[in-house]
Design a protein around this ligand. Structure first.
Ligand code: ZN
Length: 313
């Protein structure tokens, strides 16, 4: 008998959902809006109703659904307690308990969205075939998910894998979104790359295509590919910080592979050329031969990983 798991990725504007068979083949993928009004109180009932309908629409018996995994944007502990999800209007509550009456008889598991996405990349994405991976999401911020020997490193309060806030620079005048100064995210995110580019543009008169038009992470790496000297300096700074940050992480968890995703990763494997030198110069020799690969699931990593949460035990 074919069995299934449902993966749910709750974002600030849309909830992504997917039904997968136990081999990870998608049966159905869809989205619903996230209704954040009233403290986000409609979100879970909306998810439950939508899942019930889709299961029926695909001729699946509820008994053949192994469970529903849910990734949420905020810290989550192993008991399923969400500590706070600002984007959803949620305070602290036990999500697993809240889902029980909405989906009677169906097992529910919950995890932090970045951690869950890492699980997805390991299952069916860039980290396939590995058991110990560090997934790094270079987007507006820098997110991460760490899986060691098949287990998510969630930590005491669900803040494990928050690699964007590793302290990497002592002399940073601007504050990070978290309130600290000198976090990895301030240099390795899309906004961080733009910050580095503006500083480089102000510090020199080097001619650069970046002096025309708006600077973005994409315009920087496009310029790098065209051999733009100033853009290459920006990419080297970015790579220095990120390589050093990843060498620190490798010193703690010794992964087989770093899976690099998020908007910045659209630049492609050229990123590794800038990350590797500082990684290799700083890392302990036992972790020097780690692989760098690109994430492949894009925005679907969350629903794959959420389904895998259910299927992995
Ligand atoms: Zn920070």
């Amino acid at each position: 008998m074919r069995k299934y798991a449902v993966g749910v990725d709750v974002g600030g504007t849309t909830v992504k959902l997917g039904i997968f068979d136990t081999e990870g083949n998608p049966v159905s993928k869809w989205e619903i809006p996230t209704r954040t009004e009233d403290g986000g109180s409609n979100i879970l009932p909306d998810i439950a109703e939508s899942i019930k309908k889709e299961i029926v629409a695909n001729d699946i018996n509820a008994e053949d659904v192994e469970g529903v995994g849910i990734g949420v944007p905020g810290p989550v502990d192993d008991e399923g307690v969400v500590h706070k999800a600002v984007n959803l209007g949620w305070g602290k509550f036990n999500l697993v308990e809240s889902m029980k009456p909405l989906l009677p008889g169906i097992r529910v598991k919950v995890g932090n969205d970045a951690n869950v996405a890492a699980l997805g990349e390991m299952w069916k994405g860039g980290g396939q075939g590995h058991k110990s991976i560090v997934a790094v999401t270079l987007g507006t911020g820098v997110g991460g998910g760490i899986i060691i020997n098949g287990k998510l490193v969630n930590g005491a309060t669900g803040a494990g894998g928050e690699i964007g806030h590793i302290h990497i620079e002592d002399n940073e005048p601007e504050a990070c979104g978290c309130g600290n100064h000198g976090c990895l995210e301030e240099y390795a995110s899309a906004t961080g790359i733009v910050r580095l580019a503006h500083r480089e543009l102000e510090a020199s008169d080097t001619p650069s295509v970046l002096r025309e038009g708006e600077v973005s992470a994409k315009s920087v790496f496009d310029a790098v590919k065209d051999g733009d000297e100033l853009a290459i300096r920006v990419a080297e700074k970015f790579g220095d910080y990120l390589g050093k940050g990843l060498s620190v992480i490798a010193g703690v968890v010794n992964p087989e592979v770093f899976v690099i995703g998020g908007g910045v990763s659209k630049a492609g494997e050229i990123l590794f050329k800038f990350i590797r030198p500082s990684y290799e110069a700083n890392v302990f020799h036992g972790s020097r031969n780690v692989e760098f690969v690109l994430a492949t699931l894009g925005n679907d990593a969350g629903i794959y990983g959420a389904a895998k949460l259910i299927l992995s035990d």
